[in-house]
Every structure is written in C-alpha cells, then in structure tokens.
Write a protein that binds this ligand. Structure first.
Ligand code: NAD
Length: 282
C-alpha cells in the first residue's frame, strides 16, 4: 500500500521560505506585483483568479486585476499589456486563459514581455525551457517538480511517462523531465495501447481531463503517480487517476483536490518573485 502525498504540507513549508525571500526584496524597496487580466465568462477562471489573489495577499504580494467583458477589442488588451510591460512597478503579468473567442490568445500572450511572463507561456521562455536554460517555466509542471523533489529528488535514468501533450502541462512537463535526465515518453489521445506505456513508468504524470482514465492495472508497482486532472462528477472534484485503487500498487500518488492545484498556484508566486528579483538587477 502506497502513500497519498501531503501536498498541502509541502506547499505550506515552501510558502514560509518564499515569505522570507519577499521580506528580503521589500527591505530593498521592491514589492513584487502581479497583474491579472481576465477576459472570459468562465466561472472556473474566476475561481482560479481568486485563489491566486488570495495567495498574493497572504504572501504580501501586490496584485491588480483588469476584467474585460465581451465587447473588448484585441487592441485594448494589447495597449494595456504594452503599458504594463513598461511599468517598472509591475513584475508579472498573467492573462487568464481561455480568452473570449474573438481574441487571438497566441498574439496576446506574445505581447507580454518575456521578462514579465509569470506563466512561462511566451515562446522565448518556452524556447529557453527546451534549451534547459530557463527558470520561468509553466507553473503546473514546475510545481510537479517541486513535489517530486520531496519524494524522488534524483530522476536521472528513470522512466517518466507523461499522458497529455498540452502547451501548459504535458509538453513542458516532458521537457523538464528530459532536462533532468529521465527517459521520457509522451502519450496523448492518438497513442495506441496506453497501458503498455503507463505500466513501465517509474514516474507517471497524467493531464488529460478524462476522469479516472488511469486504473490500478495501468501503473507499475512502486511507481510515483502525479494526477493533474480536474474533473467534476456529481458535484465532486475528481482527478484523471483512480487514486483509491492506484495507491494500492504505486508508492506515491497525489490527491485531487488538494494536490497539483496547490503547487500550481504556489509556483506562480515563485515565478513572480524570481521575475521581481531579476528585474531588480537591471
Ligand atoms: P488539454 O485538453 O489541453 O489536453 C489534454 C491532453 O490529454 C491532450 O494532449 C490529449 O491528447 C490528451 N488526452 C485526452 N484524452 C486522452 C486519452 N483518452 N488518452 C491519452 N491522452 C488523452 O488539457 P490540459 O490543459 O493539459 O489539462 C488537462 C487536465 O488537467 C484538465 O483536467 C485540467 O483541468 C487539468 N489541469 C489542472 C491544473 C492544476 O493546476 N491542477 C493545471 C492545468 C490543467
């Protein structure tokens, strides 16, 4: 019988360290500031944004929010981004996805300065991740590395299998694993015989949005299983992993809720502090 990783405990410990770093920045006259732009009608986005803002408050980070309705023109958002790019008191800019359909997300994300790209979605930061030289990395996969660091710090030579190839989770996750010397397999909706891949994984990360896709028979004995999925079933939140049964065979499994979601929000703050530090050096 394996263990459900106590992600909440990991995050509260990390938060204490981050608070000290923020104090140090403040003693130098720098107060990290995050600006969030919301241009959609999704309830889930509002929940995420309120979680991010709450953590900013808890850590003593300044935050500001711009909310647009459906009449917003792309140019308005781009003008705002240019203004924020040039505002020396702003360290991180986050455009909450998805955006209203008439807006070009790719173009908007590329308007954010890579130096203020707190989500790590700008092509320059993605490019650096591929080179293994970047530190501003998308929050979900970077947060997963924080969790793994607690239970399996050295992943060199391990079989890492990522299910999902999205730009925000699967792809950057695979790149991070590769950078750390793991042998990486990326699976997706077109993968044949998924179980053949997942069952050889020492580390399995699942980010598909398919409730309970991964069952006990699909995981390797003694493996680490990271569940990224968030699915709503009968008013309950469940992951992409059948945790209750998978934990009988795996060594460690992350819970949903109270798992990767917590590190994602925390890592955003880590990225912001890092950006504030590097902008302060300029
Ligand atoms: P996405 O829809 O962009 O990508 C899903 C990926 O899963 C695709 O690459 C697709 O090919 C793959 N996939 C779908 N069905 C599959 C199947 N049957 N077998 C194998 N692969 C399959 O989603 P995303 O943005 O990467 O998010 C994935 C899930 O993670 C969602 O539930 C989302 O809500 C959740 N999520 C959680 C966090 C967090 O912080 N906890 C962050 C981001 C996303």
């Amino acid at each position: 019988m394996g263990e459900i990783i106590n992600v909440k405990e990991i995050v509260s410990r990390k938060k204490e360290n981050l608070k000290l770093e923020i104090e140090e920045l403040k003693s130098k006259g720098i107060i990290p500031k995050l600006v969030v732009i919301l241009a959609n009608n999704e309830d889930a986005s509002r929940v995420y944004v309120s979680k991010k803002r709450k953590l900013c408050k808890e850590l003593g980070i300044l935050e500001e929010e711009y909310i647009f309705d459906e009449t917003v023109k792309e140019q308005e958002i781009e003008d705002l981004l240019e203004k924020l790019n040039n505002d020396i008191l702003v360290h991180g800019i986050l455009v909450q996805l998805p955006l209203f359909k008439h807006l070009d997300s790719k173009k908007i994300l590329e308007t954010i300065s890579p130096k203020k790209d707190v989500d790590g979605f700008h092509p320059v930061n993605i490019g650096k991740l591929m080179q293994g030289t970047g530190s501003i990395v998308p929050c979900t996969p970077k947060g997963i590395m924080t969790i793994l660091n607690e239970v399996q710090p050295n992943i060199e030579g391990k079989e890492a299998v990522v299910v999902g190839r999205s730009l925000i989770v699967g792809r950057p996750m695979s790149a991070l694993f590769l950078n750390k010397g793991a042998t990486v397999t990326t699976c997706h909706s077109k993968t044949k015989n998924l179980k053949d891949h997942t069952s050889k994984a020492d580390i399995l990360v699942v980010a598909t949005g398919v409730a309970h896709l991964i069952t006990e028979d699909m995981v390797k004995e003694g493996s680490i299983v990271i569940d990224v999925g968030i699915n709503r079933l009968d008013g309950k939140l469940i992951g992409d992993v059948d945790t209750e049964n998978v934990v009988k065979r795996a060594k460690y499994v992350t819970p949903v809720p109270g798992g990767v979601g917590l590190t994602t929000v925390y890592t955003l703050m880590e990225n912001l502090v890092e950006l504030a530090k590097s902008l302060a050096l300029k």
